[in-house]
Design a protein around this ligand. Structure first.
Ligand SMILES: Nc1ncnc2c1ncn2[C@@H]1O[C@H](COP(=O)(O)OP(=O)(O)O)[C@@H](O)[C@H]1O
Ligand SMILES: [Mg+2]
Length: 233
């Protein structure tokens, strides 16, 4: 579904991505793990089209994405949940969800809202409240649900567990697992390597802009180098 070949990206003269090769098949949950500053967010931003690519290319379902405007990529079905759960605090939970479907109108939006409320009952309970009053975990659920309102073919998640208490982390990863089980293709970027690799079909390890390992999630979890560098065991 997604094919990244030799992807390079710069901030000024600093090369943040140094030639990334990565692929995601339809229906897969692929994790990208790596330390702070490794280039994970930069890669996601290249995929969603808000970060310039300076070398290599990106193909999505056969089409060349590399220089397509961000807006076109959303239309093709790529939805990103950015780092730091950026919900619109003063707007109600429901209005935040509606924004995820701004491209469409009519009865199917109501059906999508129902689908999201079935998946996230807490959002239904709080649908009239300003999103800013939700807890961190609830805001993360809202950010994910908002992205799902666009019916993405590929969901990009940037550190969904960041800053959440352990119980909420478990809940978010259970949600991601359920999304995968329902057929959504997911690219999950995480510093929390253990939790991400535990639910991933396959994983990639990123170090200072280079993929240093890729294998089945379970194999990476069992790998001695991964254990020492990322799992603290
Ligand atoms: N806006 C920016 N301007 C300059 N350098 C940046 C910017 N954003 C990120 N970087 C640098 O690019 C590298 C990768 O950052 P990032 O993709 O945010 O990593 P990660 O998401 O893995 O923590 C880091 O060295 C970081 O300092
Ligand atoms: Mg990041």
């Amino acid at each position: 579904m997604l094919e990244i070949n030799g992807l390079v990206s710069h901030y000024g003269r600093i090369q943040a991505l140094k030639g990334i090769d990565l692929a995601i098949a339809e229906g897969e949950l692929v994790a990208l793990v790596g330390a702070n500053g490794a280039g994970k967010t930069t890669l996601l931003r290249c995929l969603s089209g808000v970060q310039p690519v300076t070398g290599g290319g990106i193909r999505f379902e056969g089409a060349d994405l590399t220089r397509l405007p961000a807006e076109r990529r959303v239309q093709l079905g790529i939805a990103q949940v950015p780092e730091g759960r950026q919900v619109f605090g003063p707007l109600s939970v429901e209005d935040n969800l509606r924004l995820g479907a701004y491209r469409r109108k009519g009865p199917d939006v109501a059906a999508d809202l129902d689908r999201m409320y079935a998946m996230f009952p807490i959002l239904k309970e709080k649908r009239a409240l300003p999103a800013g009053t939700l807890s961190g975990g609830q805001q993360q659920m809202l950010a994910i649900a908002r992205a799902l309102m666009s019916h993405p073919r590929l969901l990009l998640l940037d550190e969904p567990s960041m800053g959440l208490a352990p119980l909420l982390v478990a809940e978010i990863f259970a949600t991601i697992q359920a999304l995968k089980d329902s057929g959504t293709t997911i690219f999950l970027v995480e510093q929390n390597a253990y939790a991400a690799l535990a639910i991933a079909d396959r994983g990639y390890v990123l170090e200072t802009g280079t993929v240093v390992m890729h294998a089945a999630g379970a194999d990476l979890l069992a790998d001695q180098r991964v254990k020492e560098a990322y799992l603290g065991i």
